[in-house]
Design a binder for this molecule. Structure first.
Ligand SMILES: C[S@@+](CC[C@H](N)C(=O)[O-])C[C@H]1O[C@@H](n2cnc3c(N)ncnc32)[C@H](O)[C@@H]1O
Length: 569
């Protein structure tokens, strides 16, 4: 090939390569919307969100139990704080956002979004997108995210969640019949249902539990053998995928010896050949392949004569884990938001309209029953009336679990103070329902926090006392992360918190003159301690002070930024 031809070819190849690169970087499928800036997000450019405890709202039913948290404020700020206190720690995250119906139920930058707003979908997506991305970081590796939504944004939300969580991690789209009577004011179809979109952080690590069987369902397992109780089901497959054309490996002869009542794949002298052929004479398939058949034929299969013919049956066993796999349509009076949502609030607060859109308490108990473990940490970042917290307390009461919750909600119409907080308080302390019957309290502790912003640039100009106050506030974030909320000591160099037999110490000064004293003090107590030491680099002190009693941890990034500004002065 001549040199000129080769040069032309090379030029063409590099042209094609850059074309391929361009095509690969272009978005080919998915959601496109106009990102609309949000005030609460812009505020975080020069400020760090922190939490401030409202001490007089603390509820302590049993100091040995962990503390659940209620965080009042915009959830963009709460989720940001949780990103440095609880990254990767939540087993279940539930979100029931405003549905963007256009009827004065959702504000964006303080304006109600009306149906006529041509950017209403873009604004809603911008708002949800930022929060889901923060929430995803908070999920544990086996964590599950559940979003409640209705038809106004179900299609956009699903595309968004597919993109952020990964389509493969979608565990299901559940239709929940929350209004069995149907919405009367709908012009065409009377809406009865909404959705729960359920995603895993990683589908291969997530576990979805079964619902417990009712006594009636258990009663159907009438027979028993040495292994367990069981009910019987035909060994011949019916319905979809049950023909030899579709599943050729499941069509094979089985030999039955009526004298020994044994089944085998091998033909013997007295055995009779059985094939999966139904009463209409159609060829079907068995339920298992030959390998499983050989493993289980003696214990889990048996033969009965039906209408003069030998038929093979399989034992459907009642094991400890036996239960009902959750289905994709949840149609049960338990999920009626009026009976088990609005009425539950009336039981707690008395008659009247306390909150417009509470979920059914029993719906929340059910979804948490199958998505959580007894020691799970649960987050709801659109907590509203606090149904999720109530459900967590009830579930623990029922199964002796130690689940914990963090609820985040704004204080629109005083909801956080007057409904969310009051509800949890009354559920813990006990109350009289609307018929005057006493409802016992359930065990649980609660800390009440408000979001706040620390403007880093302004740290340069504020007084020493104000700066020290902010330093202490930053330290409180670390105490929340460690669930050691009781402040034991604070001075100009360090803070110490205690809780559940553990201590957390934070040395926040650049000069390390008194660090040795703090370490001595920690070693003198018999409590295991976690020590956070300010440093300009990462892991500066990890190996230096670690001892059998002291674990040294890095200070979370945004808090380090606050300390850096303070130490720079
Ligand atoms: C649909 S309701 C949730 C109802 C809840 N599942 C229940 O059962 O009560 C949504 C709640 O989120 C709150 N909210 C809306 N935007 C918020 C935001 N940016 N930050 C925090 N809370 C917000 C609203 O005040 C409202 O109470």
């Amino acid at each position: 090939m001549s040199d000129i031809k080769q040069t032309e070819l090379n030029a063409r190849i590099s042209e094609l390569e850059s074309e391929i690169k361009k095509l690969k970087s272009a978005k080919t499928y998915g959601l496109i919307w106009e990102d609309k800036p949000e005030d609460v997000i812009l505020q975080c450019r020069d400020s760090v969100p922190v939490l401030r405890e409202v001490k007089n709202k603390k509820i302590v039913a049993d100091p040995s139990l962990p503390t659940n948290l209620l965080i009042e404020g915009d959830n963009y700020h709460s989720l940001s704080v949780l990103n440095y206190t609880h990254r990767g720690q939540f087993d279940v995250i539930y979100a029931d956002p405003p549905y963007n119906t256009g009827n004065k139920s959702w504000r964006y930058n303080n304006d109600y979004i009306e149906k006529e707003d041509e950017f209403r979908h873009s604004k809603w997506l911008s708002y949800i997108n930022k929060r889901v991305r923060l929430a995803k970081n908070l999920l544990s590796d086996s964590g599950i995210l559940i979003f409640a939504i209705d038809d106004y944004e179900a299609h956009t939300l699903r595309l968004l969640l597919d993109e952020i969580m990964g389509e493969d991690n979608r565990l299901g789209t559940v239709a929940v019949v929350h209004n069995p009577r149907g919405r009367n004011d709908d012009r065409f179809f009377a809406t009865q249902h909404e959705y729960m979109l359920v995603y895993a952080k990683d589908k291969d690590k997530a576990v979805l539990g079964n619902f417990d069987l009712t006594d009636e369902e258990r009663g159907q397992y009438k027979k028993s053998d040495d292994i367990s109780s069981y009910s019987e089901a035909s060994f011949m497959r019916t319905g979809n995928n049950s023909t030899p054309r579709e599943r050729p490996k499941l069509f094979y002869p089985i030999f039955y010896n009526p004298k020994t009542q044994k089944l085998s794949l091998k033909k013997a002298k007295d055995s009779i050949e059985l094939l999966p052929i139904n009463e209409a004479g159609e060829e079907k398939t068995w339920r298992w392949g030959t390998a499983t058949f050989e493993k289980l034929c003696d214990t889990d299969l048996f033969v009965k004569t039906v209408k003069g013919k030998y038929r093979i049956f399989k034992k459907r066993r009642l094991t400890d884990e036996a239960g009902k796999k959750p289905k994709s349509i949840w149609y049960n009076p338990r999920y009626d938001a009026s009976t088990y949502g609005i009425m539950v609030l009336q039981d707690i607060f008395g008659r009247g309209n306390h909150f417009n859109y509470p979920k059914s308490l029993l719906l929340m108990e059910d979804i948490l029953e199958v998505t959580s473990k007894p020691d799970s940490l649960v987050l709801d970042f659109f907590a509203g009336s606090g149904t999720t917290g109530h459900a967590v307390l009830n579930l623990n009461e029922r199964d002796g679990g130690a689940r914990r919750f963090i609820l985040c909600t704004n204080n629109e119409n005083n909801i956080c103070e007057e409904v969310t907080y009051e509800r949890i308080k009354r559920v813990v302390k006990g109350y009289k329902d609307r018929r005057g019957n006493a409802v016992d309290g359930v065990l649980g502790n609660l800390g009440y926090y408000k979001t706040d912003l620390v403007n880093i640039e302004k740290l340069q100009t504020i007084s020493d006392t104000a700066r020290l106050k902010i330093t202490y506030q930053a330290g409180e974030m670390i105490a929340i992360r460690e669930d050691t909320l009781a402040e034991k000591e604070k001075n100009e160099w360090w803070q110490i918190f205690e809780g559940h037999g553990r201590s957390t110490a934070i040395y926040f000064r650049e000069d390390k003159l008194r660090l040795g004293d703090l370490v001595k003090e920690l070693n003198a107590t018999s409590n295991p301690s976690t020590l956070y030491v300010f440093g300009w680099g990462k892991n500066d002190y990890k190996n230096e002070y670690t001892s059998p009693l002291i674990r040294v941890e890095d200070i979370p990034e945004p808090i380090i930024e606050v300390y850096k500004e303070i130490n720079r002065l």
